[in-house]
Design a protein around this ligand. Structure first.
Ligand code: MSP
Length: 518
Protein backbone atom coordinates (compact mmCIF):
# COMPACT_ATOMS: atom_id res chain seq x y z
CA UNK A 1 0.00 0.00 0.00
CA UNK A 2 1.66 3.25 -1.08
CA UNK A 3 2.02 6.08 1.43
CA UNK A 4 -0.96 8.39 1.45
CA UNK A 5 -0.56 12.13 1.03
CA UNK A 6 -3.43 14.61 1.27
CA UNK A 7 -2.60 18.18 0.23
CA UNK A 8 -4.79 21.28 0.31
CA UNK A 9 -4.65 24.92 -0.76
CA UNK A 10 -6.82 27.55 0.93
CA UNK A 11 -10.21 28.04 -0.67
CA UNK A 12 -9.83 31.37 -2.40
CA UNK A 13 -12.41 34.09 -1.97
CA UNK A 14 -14.42 34.81 -5.08
CA UNK A 15 -14.24 38.56 -4.65
CA UNK A 16 -11.08 38.78 -6.79
CA UNK A 17 -9.59 36.93 -9.72
CA UNK A 18 -6.53 34.68 -9.37
CA UNK A 19 -3.25 36.53 -9.00
CA UNK A 20 0.37 35.76 -8.23
CA UNK A 21 -0.32 35.09 -4.51
CA UNK A 22 -3.02 32.48 -5.16
CA UNK A 23 -0.90 31.05 -7.95
CA UNK A 24 2.10 30.61 -5.66
CA UNK A 25 0.27 28.45 -3.11
CA UNK A 26 -1.43 26.49 -5.87
CA UNK A 27 1.83 25.92 -7.76
CA UNK A 28 3.60 24.86 -4.55
CA UNK A 29 0.93 22.26 -3.84
CA UNK A 30 0.89 21.14 -7.47
CA UNK A 31 4.68 20.72 -7.46
CA UNK A 32 4.52 18.72 -4.27
CA UNK A 33 1.63 16.63 -5.57
CA UNK A 34 3.57 15.84 -8.75
CA UNK A 35 6.70 15.11 -6.72
CA UNK A 36 4.87 12.76 -4.34
CA UNK A 37 3.18 10.97 -7.24
CA UNK A 38 6.56 10.58 -8.97
CA UNK A 39 7.80 9.08 -5.68
CA UNK A 40 5.07 6.47 -6.00
CA UNK A 41 2.85 7.85 -3.22
CA UNK A 42 -0.92 7.98 -3.28
CA UNK A 43 -1.80 11.67 -3.52
CA UNK A 44 -5.06 13.57 -3.15
CA UNK A 45 -4.96 17.28 -3.94
CA UNK A 46 -7.90 19.53 -3.02
CA UNK A 47 -8.45 23.15 -3.98
CA UNK A 48 -11.48 25.37 -4.57
CA UNK A 49 -13.33 28.55 -3.70
CA UNK A 50 -14.76 30.20 -0.58
CA UNK A 51 -18.02 31.84 -1.57
CA UNK A 52 -20.11 32.99 1.39
CA UNK A 53 -19.99 36.17 3.44
CA UNK A 54 -20.18 39.95 3.47
CA UNK A 55 -17.26 40.49 1.16
CA UNK A 56 -18.66 38.35 -1.61
CA UNK A 57 -22.16 39.78 -1.20
CA UNK A 58 -20.71 43.30 -1.50
CA UNK A 59 -18.60 42.42 -4.55
CA UNK A 60 -21.65 40.88 -6.21
CA UNK A 61 -23.72 43.97 -5.60
CA UNK A 62 -21.01 46.19 -7.03
CA UNK A 63 -21.08 44.03 -10.14
CA UNK A 64 -24.87 44.08 -10.37
CA UNK A 65 -25.15 40.33 -9.88
CA UNK A 66 -26.72 38.10 -7.28
CA UNK A 67 -24.17 36.55 -4.92
CA UNK A 68 -24.80 33.17 -6.48
CA UNK A 69 -24.30 34.35 -10.05
CA UNK A 70 -21.22 36.26 -9.07
CA UNK A 71 -19.74 33.32 -7.16
CA UNK A 72 -20.45 31.04 -10.14
CA UNK A 73 -18.62 33.42 -12.45
CA UNK A 74 -15.50 33.96 -10.35
CA UNK A 75 -15.28 30.37 -9.14
CA UNK A 76 -15.32 29.26 -12.80
CA UNK A 77 -12.46 31.68 -13.51
CA UNK A 78 -10.38 30.13 -10.72
CA UNK A 79 -11.10 26.67 -11.97
CA UNK A 80 -10.37 27.38 -15.60
CA UNK A 81 -7.22 29.27 -14.67
CA UNK A 82 -5.90 26.25 -12.79
CA UNK A 83 -6.94 24.00 -15.68
CA UNK A 84 -5.15 26.20 -18.22
CA UNK A 85 -2.11 26.17 -15.94
CA UNK A 86 -2.15 22.35 -15.81
CA UNK A 87 -2.73 22.23 -12.05
CA UNK A 88 -3.27 18.59 -11.15
CA UNK A 89 -5.92 18.97 -8.45
CA UNK A 90 -8.06 15.91 -7.79
CA UNK A 91 -11.15 17.79 -6.71
CA UNK A 92 -12.32 21.40 -6.88
CA UNK A 93 -14.68 22.24 -4.03
CA UNK A 94 -17.01 25.22 -3.71
CA UNK A 95 -18.43 26.17 -0.32
CA UNK A 96 -21.80 26.51 -2.06
CA UNK A 97 -21.77 22.82 -3.09
CA UNK A 98 -24.73 20.98 -1.55
CA UNK A 99 -22.67 18.25 0.08
CA UNK A 100 -20.46 20.86 1.74
CA UNK A 101 -23.43 22.85 3.05
CA UNK A 102 -24.97 19.65 4.45
CA UNK A 103 -21.72 18.72 6.19
CA UNK A 104 -21.30 22.16 7.75
CA UNK A 105 -24.85 21.95 9.12
CA UNK A 106 -24.23 18.45 10.45
CA UNK A 107 -21.08 19.56 12.29
CA UNK A 108 -22.75 22.71 13.65
CA UNK A 109 -25.59 20.62 15.05
CA UNK A 110 -23.16 18.18 16.64
CA UNK A 111 -21.11 20.91 18.29
CA UNK A 112 -24.29 22.70 19.36
CA UNK A 113 -25.71 19.51 20.89
CA UNK A 114 -22.47 19.00 22.78
CA UNK A 115 -22.92 22.45 24.31
CA UNK A 116 -19.97 24.12 22.59
CA UNK A 117 -22.07 26.65 20.67
CA UNK A 118 -24.03 29.24 22.65
CA UNK A 119 -26.05 32.36 21.93
CA UNK A 120 -24.66 35.59 23.30
CA UNK A 121 -24.06 39.26 23.00
CA UNK A 122 -20.75 40.64 21.94
CA UNK A 123 -19.26 43.87 20.69
CA UNK A 124 -15.89 43.93 18.99
CA UNK A 125 -13.62 45.25 16.25
CA UNK A 126 -14.32 43.40 13.05
CA UNK A 127 -12.16 43.38 9.91
CA UNK A 128 -14.25 42.44 6.88
CA UNK A 129 -11.07 41.83 4.88
CA UNK A 130 -10.08 39.07 7.33
CA UNK A 131 -13.67 38.22 8.26
CA UNK A 132 -12.78 38.07 11.96
CA UNK A 133 -12.74 40.06 15.17
CA UNK A 134 -9.53 41.59 16.42
CA UNK A 135 -8.55 42.07 20.07
CA UNK A 136 -7.20 45.59 20.71
CA UNK A 137 -3.71 44.24 21.30
CA UNK A 138 -3.67 42.67 17.82
CA UNK A 139 -4.33 45.99 16.04
CA UNK A 140 -1.52 48.29 14.92
CA UNK A 141 -2.36 51.97 15.39
CA UNK A 142 -5.96 50.88 15.65
CA UNK A 143 -5.82 49.20 12.23
CA UNK A 144 -5.90 45.62 10.96
CA UNK A 145 -2.22 44.62 10.55
CA UNK A 146 -2.95 42.87 7.28
CA UNK A 147 -5.36 45.20 5.50
CA UNK A 148 -4.21 48.41 7.18
CA UNK A 149 -7.82 49.48 7.46
CA UNK A 150 -9.78 50.44 10.53
CA UNK A 151 -12.03 47.63 11.71
CA UNK A 152 -15.71 48.33 12.25
CA UNK A 153 -17.34 48.02 15.65
CA UNK A 154 -19.96 45.29 15.53
CA UNK A 155 -22.29 44.62 18.41
CA UNK A 156 -25.14 42.20 18.02
CA UNK A 157 -26.48 38.94 19.37
CA UNK A 158 -24.83 35.98 17.75
CA UNK A 159 -23.81 32.37 18.11
CA UNK A 160 -20.40 31.68 19.58
CA UNK A 161 -18.16 28.67 19.49
CA UNK A 162 -16.54 27.96 22.88
CA UNK A 163 -13.03 28.17 21.48
CA UNK A 164 -11.55 29.34 24.78
CA UNK A 165 -12.45 26.00 26.33
CA UNK A 166 -9.93 24.28 24.04
CA UNK A 167 -6.99 26.57 24.70
CA UNK A 168 -5.09 24.15 26.98
CA UNK A 169 -5.78 21.16 24.80
CA UNK A 170 -4.49 23.04 21.78
CA UNK A 171 -1.34 24.13 23.60
CA UNK A 172 -0.71 20.54 24.71
CA UNK A 173 -1.26 19.30 21.19
CA UNK A 174 1.26 21.80 19.83
CA UNK A 175 3.76 20.80 22.46
CA UNK A 176 3.35 17.10 21.77
CA UNK A 177 3.56 17.66 18.00
CA UNK A 178 6.48 19.99 17.44
CA UNK A 179 6.15 19.52 13.65
CA UNK A 180 2.49 20.48 13.49
CA UNK A 181 3.24 23.94 12.11
CA UNK A 182 6.04 24.50 9.66
CA UNK A 183 8.33 26.51 9.60
CA UNK A 184 8.94 26.76 13.35
CA UNK A 185 8.69 30.57 13.39
CA UNK A 186 4.94 30.33 12.78
CA UNK A 187 4.58 27.68 15.46
CA UNK A 188 6.20 30.08 17.92
CA UNK A 189 3.84 32.80 16.80
CA UNK A 190 0.89 30.56 17.59
CA UNK A 191 2.32 29.53 20.96
CA UNK A 192 2.64 33.28 21.61
CA UNK A 193 -1.04 33.81 20.77
CA UNK A 194 -1.93 31.02 23.18
CA UNK A 195 -0.17 32.77 26.05
CA UNK A 196 -3.05 35.29 26.04
CA UNK A 197 -6.53 34.14 26.97
CA UNK A 198 -8.25 32.64 23.96
CA UNK A 199 -11.58 34.30 23.21
CA UNK A 200 -14.66 32.45 21.97
CA UNK A 201 -15.36 32.66 18.25
CA UNK A 202 -18.35 34.44 16.77
CA UNK A 203 -19.65 32.13 14.04
CA UNK A 204 -22.92 33.67 12.89
CA UNK A 205 -24.64 36.68 11.37
CA UNK A 206 -28.32 37.52 11.76
CA UNK A 207 -30.15 37.02 8.47
CA UNK A 208 -31.38 40.58 8.82
CA UNK A 209 -27.81 41.69 8.02
CA UNK A 210 -26.49 38.89 5.84
CA UNK A 211 -28.35 36.21 3.98
CA UNK A 212 -25.44 34.92 1.93
CA UNK A 213 -24.34 32.14 4.26
CA UNK A 214 -25.32 28.68 5.48
CA UNK A 215 -28.44 28.64 7.61
CA UNK A 216 -27.83 27.51 11.19
CA UNK A 217 -29.52 24.12 11.65
CA UNK A 218 -30.84 25.20 15.05
CA UNK A 219 -31.92 28.75 14.22
CA UNK A 220 -33.37 29.82 10.85
CA UNK A 221 -32.75 33.49 11.66
CA UNK A 222 -28.99 33.10 11.57
CA UNK A 223 -26.39 32.04 9.03
CA UNK A 224 -22.83 30.89 9.44
CA UNK A 225 -20.20 31.91 6.91
CA UNK A 226 -16.47 32.14 6.35
CA UNK A 227 -14.41 30.30 8.97
CA UNK A 228 -16.85 27.81 10.46
CA UNK A 229 -18.03 27.23 6.93
CA UNK A 230 -14.87 27.29 4.81
CA UNK A 231 -12.45 25.38 7.05
CA UNK A 232 -14.73 22.36 7.03
CA UNK A 233 -14.11 21.96 3.29
CA UNK A 234 -10.92 20.10 4.11
CA UNK A 235 -13.10 17.29 5.48
CA UNK A 236 -16.25 17.62 3.38
CA UNK A 237 -14.23 17.45 0.12
CA UNK A 238 -12.57 14.10 0.80
CA UNK A 239 -15.72 12.64 2.37
CA UNK A 240 -17.70 13.55 -0.73
CA UNK A 241 -15.19 12.14 -3.18
CA UNK A 242 -14.53 8.85 -1.40
CA UNK A 243 -16.15 8.39 2.00
CA UNK A 244 -14.49 5.03 2.55
CA UNK A 245 -11.01 6.50 2.27
CA UNK A 246 -11.70 9.83 3.98
CA UNK A 247 -10.40 8.92 7.46
CA UNK A 248 -7.23 7.47 6.10
CA UNK A 249 -6.62 10.53 3.93
CA UNK A 250 -7.47 12.84 6.79
CA UNK A 251 -4.77 11.22 8.94
CA UNK A 252 -2.26 12.57 6.40
CA UNK A 253 -3.70 16.02 5.83
CA UNK A 254 -1.17 18.71 5.01
CA UNK A 255 -2.53 22.24 4.62
CA UNK A 256 -0.74 24.99 2.72
CA UNK A 257 -1.50 28.63 3.42
CA UNK A 258 0.20 32.02 3.61
CA UNK A 259 0.79 33.73 6.93
CA UNK A 260 -2.31 35.94 6.53
CA UNK A 261 -4.59 33.11 7.59
CA UNK A 262 -2.38 31.55 10.24
CA UNK A 263 -4.69 32.13 13.20
CA UNK A 264 -7.82 30.65 11.59
CA UNK A 265 -5.84 27.56 10.55
CA UNK A 266 -3.68 27.16 13.63
CA UNK A 267 -6.25 28.10 16.29
CA UNK A 268 -9.84 28.14 15.00
CA UNK A 269 -9.51 24.99 12.93
CA UNK A 270 -7.85 22.57 15.39
CA UNK A 271 -10.20 23.65 18.19
CA UNK A 272 -13.19 23.18 15.86
CA UNK A 273 -11.89 19.70 15.04
CA UNK A 274 -11.51 18.89 18.73
CA UNK A 275 -15.05 20.04 19.45
CA UNK A 276 -16.48 18.08 16.52
CA UNK A 277 -14.57 14.93 17.48
CA UNK A 278 -12.14 14.75 14.56
CA UNK A 279 -8.38 14.31 14.87
CA UNK A 280 -6.27 17.40 14.20
CA UNK A 281 -4.62 17.59 10.75
CA UNK A 282 -1.11 16.27 10.36
CA UNK A 283 0.66 19.46 9.33
CA UNK A 284 0.10 23.14 8.59
CA UNK A 285 2.64 24.58 6.16
CA UNK A 286 2.85 28.34 6.13
CA UNK A 287 4.57 30.49 3.54
CA UNK A 288 5.36 34.18 3.43
CA UNK A 289 3.97 36.98 1.33
CA UNK A 290 4.84 38.05 -2.17
CA UNK A 291 5.37 41.75 -2.47
CA UNK A 292 5.65 43.69 -5.70
CA UNK A 293 9.11 45.13 -5.39
CA UNK A 294 8.86 47.15 -2.20
CA UNK A 295 5.08 47.47 -2.11
CA UNK A 296 2.08 45.26 -1.51
CA UNK A 297 0.32 43.78 -4.51
CA UNK A 298 -3.01 45.51 -4.92
CA UNK A 299 -5.55 46.32 -7.57
CA UNK A 300 -5.51 50.00 -6.64
CA UNK A 301 -1.74 50.19 -7.17
CA UNK A 302 -2.25 48.48 -10.52
CA UNK A 303 0.57 46.02 -9.90
CA UNK A 304 -1.37 42.75 -9.83
CA UNK A 305 0.32 39.87 -11.66
CA UNK A 306 -2.08 37.48 -13.42
CA UNK A 307 -0.99 33.89 -14.04
CA UNK A 308 -2.52 33.66 -17.51
CA UNK A 309 -0.74 36.80 -18.65
CA UNK A 310 2.55 35.37 -17.42
CA UNK A 311 1.83 32.13 -19.25
CA UNK A 312 1.07 34.03 -22.44
CA UNK A 313 4.18 36.21 -22.28
CA UNK A 314 6.84 33.89 -20.89
CA UNK A 315 5.43 30.35 -20.74
CA UNK A 316 4.12 28.61 -17.69
CA UNK A 317 7.19 26.70 -16.66
CA UNK A 318 9.39 29.75 -16.39
CA UNK A 319 6.78 31.38 -14.14
CA UNK A 320 6.61 28.25 -11.98
CA UNK A 321 10.39 28.14 -11.89
CA UNK A 322 10.64 31.75 -10.78
CA UNK A 323 8.03 31.40 -8.03
CA UNK A 324 9.61 28.27 -6.63
CA UNK A 325 13.21 29.40 -7.02
CA UNK A 326 12.85 32.94 -5.73
CA UNK A 327 10.86 32.42 -2.53
CA UNK A 328 12.27 30.51 0.43
CA UNK A 329 9.15 28.76 1.73
CA UNK A 330 8.18 30.55 4.93
CA UNK A 331 9.82 33.91 4.16
CA UNK A 332 8.54 36.85 2.16
CA UNK A 333 9.78 37.45 -1.39
CA UNK A 334 9.60 40.20 -3.91
CA UNK A 335 8.45 40.01 -7.50
CA UNK A 336 9.86 42.35 -10.12
CA UNK A 337 9.91 41.85 -13.85
CA UNK A 338 13.65 42.57 -13.90
CA UNK A 339 14.34 39.84 -11.37
CA UNK A 340 12.16 37.49 -13.41
CA UNK A 341 13.99 38.25 -16.66
CA UNK A 342 17.41 37.98 -15.02
CA UNK A 343 16.63 34.51 -13.65
CA UNK A 344 14.99 33.46 -16.90
CA UNK A 345 18.07 34.37 -18.92
CA UNK A 346 20.66 33.05 -16.46
CA UNK A 347 19.09 29.79 -15.26
CA UNK A 348 16.72 28.82 -18.05
CA UNK A 349 17.98 30.31 -21.28
CA UNK A 350 21.75 30.09 -20.65
CA UNK A 351 21.39 27.17 -18.24
CA UNK A 352 19.03 24.34 -19.04
CA UNK A 353 17.93 25.63 -22.48
CA UNK A 354 21.44 26.10 -23.75
CA UNK A 355 22.62 22.76 -22.37
CA UNK A 356 19.80 20.91 -24.12
CA UNK A 357 20.33 22.61 -27.43
CA UNK A 358 24.13 22.14 -27.40
CA UNK A 359 23.91 18.43 -26.68
CA UNK A 360 21.20 17.74 -29.24
CA UNK A 361 22.84 19.86 -31.94
CA UNK A 362 26.12 18.01 -31.60
CA UNK A 363 24.30 14.68 -31.55
CA UNK A 364 22.52 15.68 -34.73
CA UNK A 365 25.50 17.17 -36.47
CA UNK A 366 28.04 14.43 -35.70
CA UNK A 367 25.87 11.31 -35.63
CA UNK A 368 22.57 12.21 -37.33
CA UNK A 369 20.97 11.95 -33.91
CA UNK A 370 21.95 8.33 -33.33
CA UNK A 371 23.12 7.74 -29.75
CA UNK A 372 26.53 5.99 -29.73
CA UNK A 373 28.03 3.53 -27.27
CA UNK A 374 29.21 4.82 -23.90
CA UNK A 375 32.71 3.86 -22.82
CA UNK A 376 32.49 4.20 -19.04
CA UNK A 377 35.34 6.72 -18.76
CA UNK A 378 35.93 7.92 -15.18
CA UNK A 379 34.89 11.50 -15.98
CA UNK A 380 31.59 10.16 -17.41
CA UNK A 381 30.99 8.17 -14.27
CA UNK A 382 31.80 11.25 -12.21
CA UNK A 383 29.10 13.19 -14.06
CA UNK A 384 26.60 10.37 -13.43
CA UNK A 385 27.55 10.49 -9.75
CA UNK A 386 26.91 14.25 -9.69
CA UNK A 387 23.36 13.57 -10.94
CA UNK A 388 22.76 10.82 -8.39
CA UNK A 389 23.97 13.17 -5.69
CA UNK A 390 21.78 16.03 -7.00
CA UNK A 391 18.74 13.77 -7.05
CA UNK A 392 19.19 12.66 -3.49
CA UNK A 393 19.89 16.22 -2.27
CA UNK A 394 16.84 17.46 -4.20
CA UNK A 395 14.66 14.83 -2.52
CA UNK A 396 15.81 15.72 0.95
CA UNK A 397 15.17 19.42 0.29
CA UNK A 398 11.69 18.55 -1.00
CA UNK A 399 10.87 16.65 2.17
CA UNK A 400 11.64 19.90 4.04
CA UNK A 401 9.62 22.01 1.53
CA UNK A 402 12.74 23.96 0.55
CA UNK A 403 11.73 24.22 -3.10
CA UNK A 404 14.30 26.88 -3.87
CA UNK A 405 17.13 24.69 -2.52
CA UNK A 406 15.77 21.62 -4.30
CA UNK A 407 16.07 23.55 -7.58
CA UNK A 408 19.52 24.79 -6.65
CA UNK A 409 20.64 21.17 -6.18
CA UNK A 410 19.33 20.22 -9.62
CA UNK A 411 21.06 23.18 -11.19
CA UNK A 412 24.37 22.04 -9.62
CA UNK A 413 24.11 18.96 -11.83
CA UNK A 414 23.52 21.17 -14.91
CA UNK A 415 26.57 23.24 -14.02
CA UNK A 416 28.55 20.02 -13.75
CA UNK A 417 27.43 19.24 -17.34
CA UNK A 418 28.61 22.63 -18.58
CA UNK A 419 31.99 22.05 -16.95
CA UNK A 420 32.15 18.55 -18.40
CA UNK A 421 31.49 19.89 -21.91
CA UNK A 422 34.25 22.48 -21.52
CA UNK A 423 36.72 19.89 -20.24
CA UNK A 424 35.83 17.13 -22.66
CA UNK A 425 35.53 19.58 -25.57
CA UNK A 426 33.73 17.22 -27.98
CA UNK A 427 33.75 19.90 -30.72
CA UNK A 428 37.56 19.97 -30.59
CA UNK A 429 37.96 16.21 -30.38
CA UNK A 430 35.73 15.83 -33.46
CA UNK A 431 38.52 17.32 -35.59
CA UNK A 432 40.53 14.15 -34.96
CA UNK A 433 38.84 11.23 -36.65
CA UNK A 434 40.34 8.64 -34.31
CA UNK A 435 38.55 10.42 -31.42
CA UNK A 436 35.09 10.04 -32.96
CA UNK A 437 34.13 7.03 -30.77
CA UNK A 438 35.04 9.10 -27.72
CA UNK A 439 32.91 12.00 -28.97
CA UNK A 440 30.06 9.49 -29.36
CA UNK A 441 30.56 8.34 -25.77
CA UNK A 442 30.64 11.93 -24.47
CA UNK A 443 27.35 12.69 -26.21
CA UNK A 444 25.81 9.43 -25.01
CA UNK A 445 26.74 10.51 -21.49
CA UNK A 446 25.15 13.88 -22.06
CA UNK A 447 21.96 12.31 -23.44
CA UNK A 448 21.77 10.34 -20.21
CA UNK A 449 22.27 13.59 -18.31
CA UNK A 450 19.39 15.22 -20.21
CA UNK A 451 17.15 12.27 -19.45
CA UNK A 452 17.92 12.60 -15.76
CA UNK A 453 17.36 16.36 -16.09
CA UNK A 454 13.85 15.68 -17.43
CA UNK A 455 13.31 13.27 -14.55
CA UNK A 456 14.38 15.72 -11.85
CA UNK A 457 12.64 18.83 -13.14
CA UNK A 458 9.31 17.10 -13.86
CA UNK A 459 7.53 18.14 -10.63
CA UNK A 460 8.65 21.76 -11.03
CA UNK A 461 8.51 22.25 -14.79
CA UNK A 462 6.30 19.50 -16.18
CA UNK A 463 6.00 20.90 -19.72
CA UNK A 464 9.73 21.35 -20.12
CA UNK A 465 10.35 17.87 -18.78
CA UNK A 466 7.94 16.49 -21.40
CA UNK A 467 9.56 18.50 -24.16
CA UNK A 468 13.06 17.33 -23.28
CA UNK A 469 11.89 13.71 -23.07
CA UNK A 470 10.19 14.09 -26.47
CA UNK A 471 13.35 15.58 -28.01
CA UNK A 472 15.32 12.64 -26.58
CA UNK A 473 12.99 10.31 -28.47
CA UNK A 474 10.41 9.24 -25.92
CA UNK A 475 7.64 7.60 -27.98
CA UNK A 476 4.59 9.87 -28.25
CA UNK A 477 2.10 7.19 -27.19
CA UNK A 478 3.89 6.52 -23.88
CA UNK A 479 6.40 3.84 -23.06
CA UNK A 480 7.02 1.85 -19.87
CA UNK A 481 10.82 2.10 -19.95
CA UNK A 482 10.54 5.89 -20.25
CA UNK A 483 7.87 6.09 -17.58
CA UNK A 484 10.13 4.25 -15.15
CA UNK A 485 13.08 6.43 -16.14
CA UNK A 486 11.11 9.58 -15.40
CA UNK A 487 9.62 8.35 -12.13
CA UNK A 488 11.46 9.36 -8.99
CA UNK A 489 10.31 6.21 -7.20
CA UNK A 490 12.44 3.88 -9.32
CA UNK A 491 16.22 3.94 -9.39
CA UNK A 492 17.40 6.01 -12.36
CA UNK A 493 18.47 3.71 -15.23
CA UNK A 494 22.22 3.23 -15.33
CA UNK A 495 23.92 5.64 -17.68
CA UNK A 496 25.13 3.96 -20.84
CA UNK A 497 22.46 1.26 -20.65
CA UNK A 498 19.19 3.05 -21.33
CA UNK A 499 19.15 3.95 -25.02
CA UNK A 500 18.86 0.87 -27.24
CA UNK A 501 21.45 0.55 -30.04
CA UNK A 502 20.47 2.79 -32.94
CA UNK A 503 18.23 5.01 -30.80
CA UNK A 504 17.81 8.37 -32.47
CA UNK A 505 17.17 11.64 -30.68
CA UNK A 506 15.41 14.60 -32.26
CA UNK A 507 16.70 17.97 -33.34
CA UNK A 508 16.86 20.65 -30.67
CA UNK A 509 14.02 23.12 -30.35
CA UNK A 510 14.65 26.28 -28.37
CA UNK A 511 13.22 25.85 -24.86
CA UNK A 512 13.71 29.32 -23.42
CA UNK A 513 14.58 31.95 -26.05
CA UNK A 514 16.52 34.73 -24.35
CA UNK A 515 14.51 37.72 -23.16
CA UNK A 516 15.63 41.30 -23.64
CA UNK A 517 15.57 43.45 -20.52
CA UNK A 518 13.28 46.43 -20.81
N1 MSP B 1 -11.06 32.27 1.90
C1 MSP B 1 -9.99 32.41 2.78
C2 MSP B 1 -9.34 31.08 3.08
C3 MSP B 1 -10.23 30.01 3.56
S1 MSP B 1 -9.39 28.50 3.70
C4 MSP B 1 -10.46 27.45 4.33
C5 MSP B 1 -8.95 33.35 2.17
N2 MSP B 1 -9.01 33.53 0.84
S2 MSP B 1 -8.00 34.45 -0.01
O1 MSP B 1 -8.53 34.49 -1.34
O2 MSP B 1 -7.79 35.70 0.62
O3 MSP B 1 -6.68 33.67 -0.09
C6 MSP B 1 -5.64 33.84 0.82
C7 MSP B 1 -4.49 32.96 0.37
O4 MSP B 1 -4.10 33.33 -0.97
C8 MSP B 1 -3.22 33.09 1.18
O5 MSP B 1 -3.22 32.34 2.38
C9 MSP B 1 -2.22 32.58 0.16
O6 MSP B 1 -2.37 31.21 0.01
C10 MSP B 1 -2.69 33.26 -1.11
N3 MSP B 1 -2.18 34.63 -1.23
C11 MSP B 1 -2.92 35.73 -1.54
N4 MSP B 1 -2.08 36.81 -1.64
C12 MSP B 1 -0.81 36.43 -1.38
C13 MSP B 1 0.44 37.07 -1.48
N5 MSP B 1 0.57 38.35 -1.78
N6 MSP B 1 1.54 36.32 -1.27
C14 MSP B 1 1.48 34.96 -1.03
N7 MSP B 1 0.31 34.33 -0.98
C15 MSP B 1 -0.87 35.04 -0.93
O7 MSP B 1 -8.12 33.83 2.90
Amino acid sequence: MPDTVYLTTPLYYVNAEPHLGHTYTTVVVDTLARYQRAMGRDVFFLTGTDEHGDKIAAAAEKNHASPHEYADRISAIFRSTWDTCGITYDHFIRTTDDYHVAFVREVLQRVYDAGDIYFGDYGGNYCTGCERFYADRELIDGKCPDHETEPVWIKEENYFFRMGKYQDRLRDHLEKHPDLIHPAGYRNEVLGLLREPLEDLCISRPKSRLTWGIEMPFDPNYVTYVWFDALLNYLSGIRHVDAARADQRWAHAQHFIAKDILKPHAVFWPTMLMAAGFPVYQRLNVHGYWNMGESKMSKSLGNVIRPLEMKERFGLDSFRYFLLREMAFGSDASFTEDAFITRFNADLSNGLGNLTSRVLSMQDKYFDGVVQAADGAPQDRALAAAFTQAESAMKSQMEGLAFHLALEEIWKAFNACDKYIVEEAPFKKWKDESAHPRVGAILATLCDALRDAARMIAPFMPETSERIAAMLGRPAGGDTAWDAALSLADAAPKWGEFYPPGHTVGKPEPLFPRLETT
